[in-house]
Design a protein around this ligand. Structure first.
Ligand SMILES: [Zn+2]
Length: 159
């Protein structure tokens, strides 16, 4: 009955992935592992304050699935805080979203993960260093008059 879940779409990779209670040797501590997609669920819902529906759409999952991931992530964080456990963020079943850009000067195309250069404005072309890049989709097409369109690059997958 169980079918393999499709990867969750994630826009953010954490730089800090290990949190531990101070002053206690690691060997005496229990560990809680939060997956990358669980952190993404917390980030979207509790930090960005998005509606459940928007969160589910962003991660390309159904609302019940998003709710499950969110509940699990909140439980793990609470468990680590209340019971003084190590919290490690790693693994899971996800796919990092990235955006593509093209330089207006030299036509060089490159990809950057979500979150870097939020609107493309502060991005420099890696080839010629010009600060004149614009966002394109995966087919190499521009976004026309709305260069920073909100639609996702990846084709929508079936729910
Ligand atoms: Zn360039």
């Amino acid at each position: 009955m169980a079918r393999p879940p499709k990867p969750r779409r994630v826009e953010y990779m954490p730089e800090v992935t290990l949190f531990r209670p101070a002053g206690i040797p690691m060997r005496h501590l229990e560990e809680v592992v939060l997956s990358i997609e669980e952190l993404e669920a917390l980030r979207l819902k509790d930090l960005e304050g998005l509606e459940q529906e928007e969160c589910a759409a962003s991660m390309n999952v159904s609302r019940p699935t998003f709710q499950r991931v969110l509940t699990s992530s909140r439980y793990k964080v609470a468990d680590a805080l209340v019971n003084g456990k190590v919290l490690r963020v790693e693994g899971g079943h996800y796919r990092l979203a990235e955006r593509r850009f093209r330089c207006r000067e030299c036509r060089h195309e490159f990809a950057a993960p979500f979150g870097t250069g939020q609107r493309g404005i502060e991005l420099h072309c890696p080839a010629c260093k010009a600060q004149a890049v614009h966002r394109i989709d995966h087919g190499g097409h521009g976004y026309g008059r709305q260069p920073w369109g909100r639609r996702f690059e990846e084709p929508e997958e079936g729910r």
